[in-house]
Design a protein around this ligand. Structure first.
Ligand SMILES: Cc1ncc(COP(=O)(O)O)c(C=O)c1O
Length: 464
């Protein structure tokens, strides 16, 4: 790794969060923003800046950053070659242009790079600005190509927040609230969330009953296969608490898609660009990777600089219609393209894939042991630097423990570590930069374990 941000001061807590300045801003927030923005504030502080692997709040505290803009700063915050390139091209190109109308030269380098690093059948690009848009573009392309309308998606999946994408991925009733009643055309089926199998089965004795569900239930009772345009899936479910499909699931799903002529849409918005230890998570299933028809990308594609997203697709998926309007005014701004291209180069130069696999080993060894050690740790799921730790009231009943989870997160924040935990959720996730140094990563695990111990003791829960 060539990058070396100074983190000698991280973590450093000089005033317990939220400090006085954060409180002041949080009061202002309540007057200025819409209600869902500030109620149930998951991270009670206001950030002054990010630097490297660190978040600094307005009160001068520094935290280890395990959020990274929800996986959007894969090289740490302020990665110079990417930021420099963004600024350079912002100046050179003159700023914003509607690039599907007056196409800028900087788009080509990124498009070529994306095609080069993705599975070989994905030969074309549709520009977008956010992951939500990229998912919705992929849905439209699948429907346009097949002339069919239904899309199969999975319970627990998250594909974005606007009407189409939120309608596709029912992670929770909050995400689809006020949307579900208007958005049609999705058929939701069980994902292999094996720790909490919705079919109450156990792998491998289940023989992947959740895939059979599609034929046994959907095709038998709901609709014929020729009404289905495609299947939209996360290769590893992220927002739902990192569920990694067991052996055989992905192959069986794709075989079914092939049998009925469904377009397979692999949503790599969160898993793409090295997060799981491969450039794209689907590469963990090599025979299947070459059968993907459409692949939405966002987040880490940015290299941490400017918003940008894309859909990659096969010739067939991308040329079936020359009339469809995708993207938008801000899609593929010249500076965002140049920065994204520099970010992709850096992922290779920094050898992040090897590093991610190294850190994965450390977290697997350390965190898996917590299942036996702590009564409240129900499950630990890890692939690369995509991981979740799930907390339960009771290991036998697996009763979810959202209150305990939140207290553990607050205990982490008080020690200078920010993870991902949202309201009423009983798992914590870490999305570190892919080049986080080993000692800082281990320090984060130490803090997390101290917090688990503190809260276990508070609730009189067992510790071995
Ligand atoms: C798998 C997946 N798809 C799509 C999205 C939506 O991306 P965005 O927030 O950029 O619209 C997300 C966001 O978390 C995601 O995790």
């Amino acid at each position: 790794m060539s990058v070396n941000y100074d983190y000698s001061d991280t973590p450093r807590i000089i005033t317990p969060p939220p400090g006085p300045k954060s409180r002041e801003y949080m009061e202002k927030e309540k007057k200025l923003f819409f209600a869902a923005w500030y109620t149930n504030k998951d991270v009670p502080l206001i950030m002054r800046r990010k630097y490297g692997w660190t978040i600094e709040d307005v009160d001068g505290n520094t935290y280890i950053d395990m959020v990274t803009g929800w996986a959007s700063t894969p090289l740490g915050a302020g990665y110079e070659p990417v930021i420099e390139r963004a600024i350079e091209v912002l100046r050179e190109s003159g700023g914003i242009e509607c690039t599907d109308y007056v196409t800028d030269i900087h788009l080509f380098e990124l498009a070529e790079k994306l095609v080069e690093i993705s599975p070989p059948q994905l030969t074309r690009v549709a520009p977008d600005t956010t992951g939500t848009e990229a998912v919705e573009a992929a849905l439209r392309l699948a429907r346009e190509t097949t002339g069919r309308y239904f899309i199969i998606t999975f319970h627990g999946s998250f594909h974005g927040g606007n009407y189409g994408a939120a309608g596709a991925g029912p992670t929770s009733p909050d995400v689809t609230r006020g949307i579900k009643e208007y958005i049609h055309g999705f058929i939701h089926v069980p994902y292999p969330t094996c720790y909490r199998c919705p079919l109450k089965q156990t792998y491998p004795q289940c023989n992947l009953a959740c895939v059979d569900w599609i034929e046994d239930v959907v095709l038998r009772y709901e609709t014929a296969p020729e009404t289905i345009a495609g299947v939209l899936y996360e290769p590893i479910q992220g927002e739902n608490g990192i569920f990694i499909p067991p052996d055989g699931w992905m192959e069986r799903l794709h075989a079914m898609g092939e049998k009925y002529g469904w377009m397979m849409i692999d949503d790599e918005v969160q898993t793409g660009f090295g997060r799981t230890g491969k450039m794209f998570a689907i590469e963990w299933w090599p025979e299947v990777a070459e059968k993907v028809d459409l692949m939405p990308l966002a987040k880490a594609i940015t290299g941490g600089a400017l918003p940008i997203a894309a859909v990659l697709g096969t010739d067939e998926a991308m040329t079936s219609s020359d009339e469809i309007y995708l993207g938008g005014t801000f899609a593929w701004q010249p500076a965002a393209c140049a920065a994204a291209a520099a970010g992709i180069d850096a992922l290779y130069q920094e050898d992040v894939l090897e590093h991610v696999q190294r850190l994965e080993k450390i977290s697997l060894e350390r965190m898996k042991a917590w299942i036996d050690k702590y009564e409240i740790v129900g499950d630990v799921r890890i692939k690369g630097l995509y991981n979740a730790i799930e907390f339960v009231e009771d290991k036998e009943t697996k009763k979810p423990a959202p209150k305990i989870t939140r207290e553990i997160h607050y205990a982490c924040i008080r020690r200078g570590l920010i993870l991902i935990n949202e309201e009423d959720i009983w798992w914590l996730r870490m999305l570190p930069a892919l080049n986080m140094p080993e000692d800082l990563f281990v320090r984060a695990l130490d803090i997390l374990e101290e917090a688990i111990l503190e809260v276990s003791r508070k609730y009189g829960k067992g510790v071995k």
